[in-house]
Write a new protein. Structure first.
Length: 112
């Protein structure tokens, strides 16, 4: 009887450890995807800055090195000349659902 009780207690403890481990793995995966999306959005903004002052519009695409991620960039004019609002959205799939991370910033025309 004592052995049976010990096995039952051990089983419950082991189940709790397995659940905690799987939850931790899921959280690590989500954090990795969000960090990667943040870095990819910074990459798109850096590319935009190198190309010069952007025209208003919407463009989208995918990342060659990260096929599970796609991007969308929208440039909108503002009331101030030489200043545009840029929105970069990164999309990916995680556990069967679509996730999105969005960054907005203002970009000024360079004067030389």
């Amino acid at each position: 009887m004592e052995v049976l009780l010990a096995v039952a207690i051990l089983s419950m403890g082991l189940a709790a450890v397995i659940h905690t481990f799987s939850t931790s793995l899921w959280a690590t995966e989500s954090t990795h995807h969000l960090t990667l999306a943040t870095l990819l959005s910074q990459e798109k903004l850096a590319e935009l800055k190198q190309e010069g002052f952007p025209s208003p519009g919407l463009v989208s695409g995918s990342f060659e090195d990260y096929p599970n991620f796609t991007w969308e960039m929208e440039v909108n004019s503002t009331e101030m000349d030489g200043l545009v609002e840029v929105r970069v959205s990164i999309f990916w799939r995680e556990r069967g659902s679509r996730k999105e991370m969005e960054v907005k910033t203002l970009l000024a025309r360079r004067t030389e």
